[in-house]
Every structure is written in C-alpha cells, then in structure tokens.
Design a protein around this ligand. Structure first.
Ligand code: UD1
Length: 423
C-alpha cells in the first residue's frame, strides 16, 4: 500500500491542468451501453474508479481496445445483463448500468451497492423512477432485478435532485416508448455533459442543466450509427477546486486550466467572500499571490448550483487556517466529516455538532501521520500537509487514486515537496 510524504510548508507556482471529470466519465461510460456501435474516448482520467467501471463493461461483453489515453468501446457485442457483486461493491456508481441495460435489453440484474463511508446512500429514487416507466423491480439476494415488456415514457418528479437517479432515468428513457419528463432533476454540469453525449448519438434530450429534462424516446430498431464516434468529456470541477484551494492555502499564484470557470461559480464566490482574488479565462482560473490571511465565512452544501459537498472537506481545511470563525453545514451526506479528527491532529480547531462543523482559524499546523477515510477527506489531508511544518505521512491513499489523476506529479510540478512511497 502506498502513502504520500509531504514536507511543508510549501509555496506553489505555475500551471496545473485538470483531467476529465470523473463524475461525468462514469455515467457517460454507462451510456455507451445504449448504442450498438464503436465509441472512442480520448484522455479518460487515469483513476481506479474508471478502471473498475471499464471492467464492468467488459464483464457485460463490451469489447475494449486501447488504453485510457484512447479508449475504444464496442457495445454491439454486449449480451450479458448482470453486474456482479464482486465488481459493483468496489464502487457505488456501478448502479448507473441499470438504466441503460434495462432500456436496451429489457432486463438487468445489478448488485445493490451497499452504503459507503460517507453515508448510507440508498437508490430508492432510481428504482421508483424506473417503476414509473414500466419496470418491474425486485430485490433478490442482494441484487436489483429489473425486467420490462418495454419501458414507456413517464412524467417523473424526483423526491430529491439525485445526480445518479437523474442520470439513470435519462439513460433509461432513451429507448422508452414516448416522452419522459424528469422534474426536480439534478442540474450538475455532469448531467449536461451526459445529455450532450447522448444527443451526439442521436437522442433528443432537452433541458439538461435545468430542473426539468425532457427525453423523446425512440425505438432501438431505428438506431443509426453516429458518424462522429469520439467524445471529449468536460474538465473536473472538483479537481480544479482542490488545486485552487491548494494555491490559496499556500498563498501562491497558480493557474488551473482545462476547466470551465462557470462550473465552479459557487466555489469561486465563496472563496472571493473569504478574500481570494482570481482572474478567469474561458478554460482557466488563476489565483493571485497575497500576504494577508483569508477570513472565515459560513457555507452550506447543496445540490448544484449550490456549494458542492465534494469540495466541503477541502474548503474546511482552508477555513482552518483563515482568520476568525467559520461554519460548515453538510446537507447532502450524513457522515461526511471524517477528515475532521485527522485535521484536528494536525493542529486545527474544529468542533462538530450534528450536521455542522464550527471552525476557529489557527496560525500554524504541524505535521502528523494521518489516515485517508474517503476520497475528498483525503484531499483535505493533502492540503493541510502542504502548509504544515515538517513531514506529514498520508496513509491509505488508494482513496485519492479513485479521484485524483497523478496528484503527486501535478503537485510536484507546481513545486510542492511531495513523494509517493511504499508504506
Ligand atoms: C454523485 C457524485 C458524488 C457527489 C454526489 C452529490 C458521481 C459518480 N458521484 O453521487 O461525488 O458527492 O453526487 O453531489 O457522480 N439519495 C437517496 N436515494 C436515492 C439517491 C440518492 O436518498 O435513490 C440521497 C443520497 O443518499 C445522498 C443524496 O441523496 O444523501 C445525494 O445523492 P446523489 O445526488 O444521488 O449522489 P450520487 O449520484 O450517489
């Protein structure tokens, strides 16, 4: 098992390019199940989550050629409609194969993803929506077993704008008879990217990115292969936010490129409220060097366009060394404060009360051996280690490898003293 050794404090400079968005790539890979043709993806992010997902596609019978730099996926050959526990248990997002399998093959059996470290994460909203479209669903021996005579368009109002449920239902609606309307849909940029991908392959989806999405269902028999078979996925707004916060933690001037600044609006707004200054281009954001400390603020996580839960741990770390008090309220996941005890071990002053974290800014952090607990909590520990005095050892970084491509190389390129060693 690897660990990261970071020696602080660090000053960063230069440019870092973010990879393709993990959370856009996963549903788009699932959507490739829908189309019996070759699809080419350039520059897929080199992440363990993406490799697991490709394993699932392979287990269904898809033919994979090339590598993540140029991944060719042929879904014509898919025959198998069961996603096994051994693969699904590694990653919750595997449930995203349910909608496309059911839509194209009228049956699917997908292991029910369990809870995960950050919360119980049920899939009831996915299943209720599919039932409204005419699926018969049962839970048998830990699997979701879904069958249908043929899905039908429906008007579905989501109980909560779940990202995964919106994606599953959009994909299910592609080969359903008639029009599907998803109300109270999630509005994340990754939903829009999925719709753009689907539309490139001949679907008619309108409204993605707003709270009402309309999908005109078609007959799979009428499918005509798309001439343009390659697709470039949007840049990762969560990775971008993490590097911007790294720059602010270390009071450095850094350009983060390969991302649409519009996708980070709520993050940039909050960081500006803390006193940060940025310049922006079409696909980059640059921090300004500064000497004063940023100031504490209050933030609550919310579905997009609100402040993303996936940046909560990182921004809390910045608050931990800012002037005065801050308050973070986590509304999306029930157990997303696992970074707090580790940050406290590095010298932060954070008190937890239910869904709220009260943070008092401190002047200095000290190095410590710390343990990653989930993906974004791990990023928070890396950020703290960048400014802590001395050598911090960050253990269990397989969590980081799920969502940050070449993290240590990218930080190293910005001048950070960081190395990966065998633990
Ligand atoms: C996606 C992201 C994840 C992000 C999250 C919220 C991917 C691969 N993952 O996860 O990084 O943190 O959005 O922005 O894109 N819920 C239910 N029933 C359901 C579905 C969800 O109760 O059927 C609850 C969940 O337990 C959670 C909340 O709704 O508390 C948000 O979940 P959801 O938006 O579905 O997140 P994911 O798609 O799992």
């Amino acid at each position: 098992m690897d660990k990261l050794v970071i020696t602080g404090p660090n000053t960063l400079s230069g440019e870092v390019r973010v990879s393709a968005s993990k959370n856009a790539t996963l549903p788009i890979l699932a959507a490739s199940i829908l189309f019996p043709q070759k699809i080419v993806f350039n520059h897929l992010p080199k992440l363990s989550d993406i490799k697991f997902f490709l394993e699932i596609l392979k287990s269904l019978g898809a033919e994979l050629q090339g590598d993540l730099e140029r991944q060719v996926i042929e879904s014509q050959t898919i025959t198998h409609t069961v996603a096994d526990y051994d693969l699904v248990r590694k990653m919750r997002a595997s449930i995203l194969v349910l909608g496309p399998l059911l839509s194209r093959f009228k049956k699917a059996k997908v292991s029910l993803p369990g809870g995960c470290a950050i919360g119980s994460r049920p899939v009831d909203i996915h299943l209720t929506g599919l039932e409204q479209m005419g699926a018969e669903i049962s839970i048998e021996k830990g699997y979701v077993v879904a069958t249908t005579q043929g899905l039908k368009g429906a008007e579905i109002s989501l109980a909560f704008p779940s990202v995964g449920a919106t994606e599953n239902l959009m994909m299910a609606a592609v080969w359903a008879k008639g029009k599907t309307v998803i109300k109270n849909a999630a509005r994340e940029p990754e939903i829009e990217d999925l719709a753009n991908f689907l539309n490139q392959f001949g679907t008619t989806i309108e409204g993605a990115g707003s709270e009402t999405i309309v999908i005109e269902g078609r007959e799979i028999e009428d499918y005509q292969k798309s001439d343009k078979s390659d697709y470039q996925i949007i840049g990762d707004r969560i990775e971008a936010s993490t590097y911007l916060i790294a720059a602010l933690m270390t009071k450095s001037k850094v350009r983060v490129s390969g991302v649409n600044p519009k996708h980070l609006r709520s993050v940039l707004d909050l960081l500006r409220e803390m006193g940060a200054k940025f310049s922006e281009g079409e696909d980059y954001i640059e921090t300004e060097r500064f000497s004063h400390n940023l100031k504490g603020v209050e933030v609550e996580t919310a579905p997009y366009p609100g402040f993303p839960t996936d940046v909560q741990a990182q921004v809390m770390t910045l608050m931990g060394i800012s002037q005065g008090n801050s308050l973070v309220s986590e509304h999306i996941f029930e157990n997303r404060f696992m970074h707090v005890p580790e940050l406290v071990r590095m010298g932060m002053d954070i008190r937890l009360e239910g869904k709220k974290a009260y943070i008092k800014g401190v002047e200095h952090l000290s190095c410590a051996p710390v343990m990653c607990t989930d993906l974004r909590a791990s990023a928070a520990l890396v950020l703290a280690a960048l400014v802590a005095e001395g050598e911090s050892h960050i253990n269990r970084i397989y969590h980081l490898d799920r969502g940050y491509e070449n993290l240590e190389q990218k930080l190293h390129q910005l001048g950070a003293k960081v190395k990966r060693v065998k633990a």
